[in-house]
Design a protein around this ligand. Structure first.
Ligand SMILES: Cc1cc2nc3c(=O)[nH]c(=O)nc-3n(C[C@H](O)[C@H](O)[C@H](O)COP(=O)(O)OP(=O)(O)OC[C@H]3O[C@@H](n4cnc5c(N)ncnc54)[C@H](O)[C@@H]3O)c2cc1C
Length: 417
């Protein structure tokens, strides 16, 4: 098979690779090839957001937006000034897809189907005559006087002036190979967005119970939000956020650490003592075990806390001892659990680490060391918390790279004489 020549080759047929390729093509670039190692392009888009694809987030101030990125934070302010959620919404709308916002700010296609996003991207790529090859792993990248030469596992050779690496999180050797060949530095990756394994009797058989606003502490790491008890431990936004912000620290201790939980979110010892005193005065004969005086603590969770505080089902508010009261307040505001591992959240999983942003021109996503080489998406040392922030980073970096590649590849239009 003769060597194929393109203006741009994209390694990785995910969200970032497709978005960059379409952007470049719509800006006038011809002859674009996307290489995808698996049998299907955009496979993560398909499974994303529980099959609904959380495309972006209802947040339009770059300074506020970057606060959702444990890695990338300040460096993303500039890129978000160029392409942010409002641009994502407009782009999809121009390509026939309307997005809707959920009460927590997450945005999904109105169809509630990730297929809508896949069809939109593949149709746009098709309209722009972009070629993509599946089951085609880029296994070697060389720099030659004629540009980049990419070889696949079957030994087939492709050549291009511009190369975009969009291989996603660097979990496999395939995803990192191009970086190794091009001597591109990349920090080791560890998981972000995972849930905590806790084998504690206090959580036993309580799976499915949640509180709308808990506060958690892991040493100096703090997080808050909804908290969910699962079969294996704790999950929910408060935990996922902590796992993202503490990704490296938690990996360093092999996911074995102590976590402190305030199930009430806003209460402390003082405010709970006041509530308990009021109960003693107004409901002295009522059994403590029977009902929680706190709206957000469900009956089963409350009863488990009473049991852990040695409060018998017969104890009333007026017979509650000081010691029992202190223990119950402690269970509510700073219950300590031992985490002994992580479990991946079935809905979302990204990697922390990758190509350092200092190695790129952040307006173009081009390498500072190797002109013509660009990066986009999760291969970069950027990751967000749950809520559509990871795809937004893929759209933003893909758009910047695609725009710059087209601009630097096509001849500037000559002035009319
Ligand atoms: C289960 C799950 C659900 C998620 N849900 C959401 C969500 O709802 N919202 C959100 O914002 N984020 C979500 N994420 C995160 C989001 O999917 C990623 O951040 C995003 O897909 C990154 O896009 P990407 O194009 O950089 O990488 P990817 O989507 O990983 O694409 C990279 C592609 O490169 C290919 N590749 C790698 N190496 C090679 C090679 N050598 N040759 C050829 N091809 C190669 C891979 O096969 C892959 O298809 C979810 C992640 C998971 C795992």
């Amino acid at each position: 098979m003769p060597e194929e020549e393109y203006q741009l080759i994209v390694i990785g047929g995910g969200a970032a690779g497709f978005f960059a390729a379409i952007t470049a093509a719509e800006a006038g670039l011809n002859k674009i090839l996307i290489l995808e190692k698996t049998a299907e392009v955009l496979s993560k888009v398909r499974i994303s957001g529980g099959g609904r694809c959380n495309v972006t987030h209802d947040c339009y101030d770059p300074k506020e937006l970057v606060q959702n990125y444990p890695r990338g934070e300040k460096n993303l302010i500039g890129p978000f000034h160029h392409f942010q959620p409002a641009d994502t919404i407009a782009w999809f709308s121009e390509h026939g897809v309307t997005l809707k916002t959920e009460p927590d700010g997450r945005m999904f296609p109105t169809s509630d189907r990730s297929e809508t996003i896949i069809n939109c991207l593949t149709d746009a790529a098709h309209n722009q005559r972009i070629t993509w090859r599946t089951r085609c792993t880029a296994s070697e990248v060389k720099i030659t006087p004629q540009g980049f030469q990419i070889l696949n596992t079957l030994g087939h050779s492709y050549r291009s002036q511009k190369l975009l690496i969009a291989t996603g999180g660097l979990r496999s050797k395939d995803a990192a190979q191009a970086l190794i060949d091009l001597r591109q530095d990349h920090s080791p990756t560890v998981p972000s967005l995972f849930t905590f394994k806790i084998g504690d009797i206090r959580l036993h058989d309580l799976q499915g119970i949640s509180v709308p606003h808990a506060r958690i502490k892991i040493g100096s790491l703090q997080s808050e939000g909804p908290l969910l008890i699962t079969h294996w431990g704790l999950s929910g936004p408060a935990i996922l956020k902590a796992s993202a912000w503490g990704a490296r620290k938690l990996a360093d201790c092999d996911y074995r650490f102590k976590i402190e939980v305030n199930w009430t979110g806003q209460h402390d010892t003082e405010s709970l003592s006041t509530i308990f005193q009021t109960q003693r005065k107004t409901n002295g004969t009522r059994r403590v075990y029977k009902r929680s005086p706190l709206e957000n603590i469900t009956k089963r969770l409350w009863q488990r806390m009473c049991e852990s505080s040695s409060i018998s089902p017969e104890s009333t508010w007026s017979t509650l001892t000081k010691d029992q009261s202190t223990r119950l307040i402690k269970e509510l505001t700073c219950a300590t659990f031992t985490v002994d591992g992580k479990s991946l959240n079935k809905d979302e999983f990204v990697t922390c680490g990758g190509v350092p942003l200092d190695d790129l021109h952040l307006k173009t996503m081009e390498s500072k060391h190797l002109p013509g080489l660009y990066f986009a998406g999760e291969v970069l040392d950027i990751d967000g918390i749950t809520g559509g922030f990871n795809f937004q980073a893929a759209w933003t970096t893909g758009h910047l790279a695609g725009t710059a590649i087209a601009k630097h590849s096509t001849r500037a239009p000559s002035k009319p004489s």
